[in-house]
Design a protein around this ligand. Sequence first.
Ligand code: GLY
Ligand code: MN
Ligand code: MN
Length: 439
Amino acid sequence: MSEGLVELYPNHVASVVQRAERALAFANFDHLLIASGREQYRFLDDRPLPFVSHPPFKAFVPLTQQTDSWIVVTPGRKPILVYCLPDDYWHLPPAAPHGYWVEQFDIRVIRTPDDAAQHFPAFSDKLAIIGEAHDTVGVYRPNNPVRVLSSLHYTRSAKTEYELSCMRLAQSRAVRGHRAAEAAFRAQGSELEIHRAYLAATGHSDIDLPYTNIIGLNEHAAVLHYQYQRHDRPSAHRSFLIDAGAQVHGYASDITRTYGNGDSEFEALIGAVDLVQQRLCGKVRAGQNYPELHIEAHHLLASVLLEQDIVRMSQEAMVEQRVTSTFFPHGLGHPIGLQVHDVAGFHANEAGETIPRPPGHPYLRMTRTLEENFVVTIEPGLYFIPMLLAELKAGAQAAQVNWSKVEHLTQFGGIRIEDEVRATVGEPENLTRNAFAAA
Ligand code: GLY
Ligand code: MN
Ligand code: MN
């Protein structure tokens, strides 16, 4: 455990307790109960599904795989952690509570899930109970009050110092994987071999990953959320897109890099997207409207399409006529933290009213104006996706496209470059580039 985290944790807990009390006051409840979650099974099967603790529970304690446990917040009292430590000889039970986090809680160890009720406040309609229906204990059934959740989500966007430290560590961890993955690509590995090299270098198994790794060779780089890892080696390694993260104490990283293998046109395009990406990262500052940055990305990518002689239209016309959306069909990025796509990307306020996406941009996951210590991804890309190219070819702008160049680039799939950046009132902190530089 890094010294820094130990020192920062008490203030972090004070902040999350304060947020919980604020949510209770905002929604007029007296107590907050947060479930860690309960193991679930596959349909008609005795195989459990992979389990991870609910994010609002992880906000308090770094227990990422803790079942049947609860946080109880009552304003003015030390928070209670009901910690389920079952007698079980089929599975390894969790260790007795230990570590840098224990002193911040009034810990109650229970042996069976239903015993949690003994440590809850008397049942009343003044309890806000956060969880899924199957987390129910006796009469304590999750009710998930909308105003409590919207307040908790809203105040989670600005990260505490402890959270930022965890997120920096999650960057370094993923960067180790990215370097090993690039080496495995250079050694002509299969997607599965590259994936395994990534896991080995991060020390993660699949269940620890904050999302399924995207490991795309050649045309697979054009599949935005490519979900397989092929075990056979392709006949040529033309390109490699890796979108892969890591986690530390429940906090995620989400990093994408794209590599070529000697084709000058594709590598020039990677360089151009990288410059665009860094320019956008430089604008992650308190007060920056994120949708405006997304629109700016379209303009910058339009210049790349023009300069690289892929589309022969003015930058303005390309954006206005939505040609850039053929090549950049997703949002610029999203908030990140306890979840890779973190909550509250659309919150206009604590009540959870939403800020709509700009018309024509249905996949943007963040419409807020950035504030100090918000952490967002910046992930522009350019792709050659056959389905979208076919639509462009059938449309009014087809004659403005350099189809022979597009055809050449299609064999490389596409490019995405993704970093996490913290907004400050001054210079942005690029967590990802810092981690690569330190590696
Ligand atoms: N890895 C999914 C994303 O970049 O949003
Ligand atoms: Mn992302
Ligand atoms: Mn990603």
